[in-house]
Design a protein around this ligand. Structure first.
Ligand SMILES: [Zn+2]
Length: 86
């Protein structure tokens, strides 16, 4: 099993969740629902929307202590997001 990439989120394309880079999620799937690849909670992408800045970050719409992609709030034990998208 591979570790989720913090620079990747999942986008629902034709009924299936697919991993895409944050850059692609913003440029190609701006209006599509996005979720965290680890806990499957809904996320939004923040950061520069144009220009050469590599500053995009994935932000959970609702804080969740069970997600290893959020080191700031991770409790150390993985758990699915309470609002996980399926
Ligand atoms: Zn997460």
């Amino acid at each position: 099993m591979t570790q989720p990439d913090p620079q990747t989120c999942e986008v629902k394309i034709k009924g299936k969740w697919r991993p895409v880079s944050l850059d692609k999620a913003v440029s190609r799937y701006a209006v599509v629902m996005k979720r965290c690849p680890a806990c499957h909670g809904p996320v939004s992408i923040n950061g520069a929307y144009s220009g050469p800045t590599f500053g995009k970050t994935m932000t959970h719409r609702r804080a969740h202590s069970g997600c290893p992609l959020k080191p700031d709030t991770y409790s150390g034990t993985f758990s699915p997001h309470p609002l996980a998208l399926t």
